[in-house]
Design a protein around this ligand. Structure first.
Ligand SMILES: C[S@@+](CC[C@H](N)C(=O)[O-])C[C@H]1O[C@@H](n2cnc3c(N)ncnc32)[C@H](O)[C@@H]1O
Ligand code: SF4
Ligand code: SF4
Length: 365
């Protein structure tokens, strides 16, 4: 099976400092410079030749890369499904230039408490995220919220779900993975995620939570297909092997006569040899870095494959509901089935309800 996904790191720079992510502060990342959009566009053509279907433009904070609209435009012209996750802190000033170019637009948000937001993400960004969600909806986008559950944020997730239901957006809820010695959820935490998964607008990848409970990747019988399913490109134009998070190899991409050799590198004997070993290195033991597992679970058919399909089905239905609500103004969402006090708390602390930011008809369904 050809690779389906590209995790395209446009920059390692970021204006946030999340407790569970070291991308912008990792010493090796700091001197890395971004490349011109023409280089990225040549790589997009190579990704097309490789058979990639989805390009996730990521970072760092991808909106820091000033040519993002140009590369997104070309990605759309080439027929890719485009995906961008961002914090929402820079979106308001870029929203017009990005309009209609992102198929899966996601804003990261794990709390509705402004102080906790600052503690978790290192900046005072909560109000901007809400503003971004409102702007995105007003421009006809159908954004989602990525809610990363940590031992500290899990208790507030019902409030995030309440906010998402109120705004008519989908919540992609998942557990934090071990990346920079951050604290992980225990099995009770995963049970809580499964409880929350039954609420409207919530999407949990059950394959991933099961994999988490099963102890993650087992190097004796690897389930990771990071190299075969996913192409990872760095901001300074290297193919990263085997994945961004644990790359021990950076292969420089060459450009000649307007053509990138990214596809040739991927087909090389060396990369194919590493592909045969994917998931079996010692650093892969217990890995749960979800950025590679959704695509890894696309084959072969096993319990993770089936749970992944079930999760995709749910996601498809939730996004369809979002589309119908947006087009028709109908309200198809069953508001939080939790106790009324919690709903009231979520609503009363939601900035949308403050007089300065009166909710508008197109936001509240
Ligand atoms: C690496 S960020 C890049 C995009 C952007 N900077 C953002 O935070 O939305 C992509 C997503 O990965 C999530 N993430 C980062 N570190 C993580 C970890 N250790 N476990 C789970 N999710 C993580 C972020 O919360 C974000 O939703
Ligand atoms: S905003 Fe994204 S890239 Fe920046 S520190 Fe947080 S998770 Fe990492
Ligand atoms: S198991 Fe994890 S660390 Fe190993 S290659 Fe896959 S994603 Fe990377």
């Amino acid at each position: 099976m050809p690779p389906v996904l590209a995790n395209y790191y446009l920059t390692y720079k970021c204006n946030s400092r999340c407790t569970y992510c070291d991308i912008p502060v990792k010493p090796e990342n700091i001197p890395i410079k971004e490349v011109a959009p023409e280089i990225i566009i040549e790589n997009l053509h190579a990704l097309k030749r490789l058979g990639v279907k989805v390009v996730d433009f990521t970072g760092g904070e991808p909106l820091i890369y000033k040519h993002l609209p140009v590369v997104l435009k070309e990605a759309k012209r080439l027929g890719f499904f485009t995906s961008v996750a961002n914090t929402g802190t820079l979106y308001p000033e870029k929203a017009d230039s990005l309009r209609g170019l992102i198929d899966d637009l996601k804003f990261s948000l794990s709390t509705i408490d402004t102080d906790f937001y600052k503690t978790e993400r290192g900046i005072n960004g909560f109000a901007k995220v809400i503003e971004s969600l409102k702007i995105a909806k007003s421009l006809g986008e159908r954004p989602s919220i990525i809610a990363t559950a940590t031992p500290q944020s899990l208790a507030g997730m019902e409030d995030v779900i309440g906010l998402a239901q109120e705004m008519g957006v989908v919540v992609l809820l998942g557990p934090v993975f071990d990346f920079c010695d951050n604290e992980l959820l225990q099995k009770e935490g995963i049970a809580e995620i499964h409880r929350l998964a039954k609420y409207d607008n919530v999407c949990v990848n059950w394959a991933f939570t099961q994999f988490f409970l099963d102890g993650g990747n087992n190097i004796a019988k690897p389930r990771c297909k990071a190299i075969s399913s996913t192409i990872v490109v760095s901001p300074d134009d290297h193919l990263l092997l085997p994945c961004y998070h644990m790359h021990d190899e950076r292969l420089k991409i060459k450009h000649e006569g307007g053509r990138s050799n990214l596809d040739e590198i991927w087909h090389s004997t060396h990369v194919q040899k590493r592909k045969a070993e994917e998931g079996s290195w010692s650093f892969c033991q217990g890995c749960t870095i979800w950025c590679y597992f959704e695509a890894s679970f696309l084959w072969p058919p096993d319990k993770y494959f089936l749970l992944n399909l079930k999760s995709k089905w749910r996601w498809g239905n939730e996004k369809l509901k979002q589309l119908v609500e947006q087009k028709s103004g109908l309200c198809l969402t069953r508001k939080l089935a939790g106790d009324k006090d919690k709903i009231m708390k979520a609503i009363s602390t939601n900035p949308l309800n403050s007089p300065a930011a009166k909710p508008t008809a197109e936001i509240i369904c």
